[in-house]
Design a protein around this ligand. Sequence first.
Ligand code: F6R
Length: 612
Amino acid sequence: MCGIVGYIGTKKASPILINGLLRLEYRGYDSAGISTVEKNGLSIMKDKGRVLNLTKLEGIDDLEGTIGIAHTRWATHGKPSPENSHPHQDNSKTFSVVHNGIIENYHELRKFLTDKGYTFYSQTDTEVIPNLIHYYYTNDKQNDTLKFLRAVRNACFDLKGSFALEILCKNYPDNMIVVRKDSPLVIGKGMGENYISSDIPAILSFTKDFYLLNDLEFVILSRNEAKFYNKDLEPIDKKPKVIEWNASSAEKEGYEDFMLKEIYEQPTAIRETIGAKFSENSKCEFENLNFTKEYLSSLNKIYIVACGTAMHAGLVAKNAIEKLCKIETEIDIASEFRYRDPLVDEKTLCIFISQSGETADTIAALKLSKEKGAKTLAISNVIGSSITREADYAIYTHAGSEIAVASTKAYTSQVVLLVILAIYFAEILELDNSYVTNLKKEILELPKKIEETLKLSEKIKEFSKKVYQEHDIFFIGRGIDETVAKEGSLKLKEISYIHSESYAAGELKHGPIALIENGVTVIGIMTDPNLVEKTISNIQEVITRGAKTLVITNQPIDTSMFDMMIQIPDTHPFISPILSIIPLQLFSYYISKEKGLDVDKPRNLAKSVTVE
Ligand code: F6R
């Protein structure tokens, strides 16, 4: 939520900042703004709406400053408006601040500052920050080089909540201060310049050397240097980390939308995620893991905790972990888990899945599990993200950067990684799983089978054209297929704004079937040979009540009763969701296109949910 970019160097800052904001727009797109250090003080340019609006503001091309901060907003406090847009300034216009996160005690701070004579022009929680910094700055009687830093540090100590901040001060025209707490921020090191961003892909074309910040580490940036301080303002040493991502993965490369590109990148994402973790005849290995038979045998339970699509990947994995490892596995939504005092102790392994690695609820759930004595394992797509640094262990999906808000390749990569993890555990536990060899063979064949599935896109487009004007679409399935129904329904809601529900097929008769009438669309997923006949009966029941039906299956079934059937390649049931979700991703995509919507940036949503 909200994207932050910064630049400090010798080039004109504004085009670099705007370019960075355009790449970060998927994090928020209600309003945008920049502040640069100009000869006559700090400039501020901001407006509601997309970053493109910002580029049209009068005077923006005349900015000469080579130091600047920028922000694209996903509104939390106060509607999108020029006043509520970032950067924000204090009353004396000495400081410019951009902020990602939420200041939970801003009412209190606003009152404190109002009592001291400060006034406010916006409804945001952020506006207290520049004023608080100003308050500490003017009350500091020492006039040394660290005065700016002390003011920022003292202000940060008063803030409750989460924040990633970039701060300019007109009295320090060659510096910028950045700090983060529970919100993402990285620094890209260049030659005689430094870049700042909420995430790596936005500045990957400039550098591959990144400083990753921990909570409450303060940085004074100049053109040639990044000086790091701990919360007591003692200098600390930090080495940059080389990030080997391909900058081109942040480009559309000829595809109309990032989402379509990312759907088509799934064979590569899966291939890269499998990597060299196993072969048909060798055991699974993870470079970063060293679990023992003794530890795994001592476990009472595995918890998988995540949000949204990542949580749906967990639902798929439950089946594989329980069957392969014989360990009870529970899946929970992070925002529920963290507040329900879950039964977690040292006999629980808690796995957290987060594409971005920055989801506030998932990070909080992880911290809670650690406090309760559990070992924690993070699965993320972003190297060095907060969740991977908090957890005892971290493993990665190698999906490449995912830009479209609706997650596609991250989901399928998470599923494959979790199933490989289940095999890894089962092999350590030395359980007799005769079908593991076949499962491994099927995993290795996935990239090829995904390519075959993608060839079905024209047929799916055809069905999408028939139903894009519908108001309600139902997804049903049983067992593993129900988890895919959930994910298919979420994808459709997110990017087409069509109301959609997913149900365990056997549940329809217990209520929801009352909603089925002439013309309602029902999508049935059936890949489990043991359950296919049962789901066909449920589909029959909705056809009888007038539903239009699309069936996705890998089973040899009679097609005559359905409006359309999509036959996908057969595979092992543990990993069938990786193939059966693809037609549903394409279905949502084509419906959204047919409706003329912005597929990559659906309304009200942002890619990385860093507030709870
Ligand atoms: C849906 C989607 C979201 C995310 C969720 C968790 O397409 O992308 O539901 O899956 O917000 O995000 P991460 O995985 O970054 O923690």
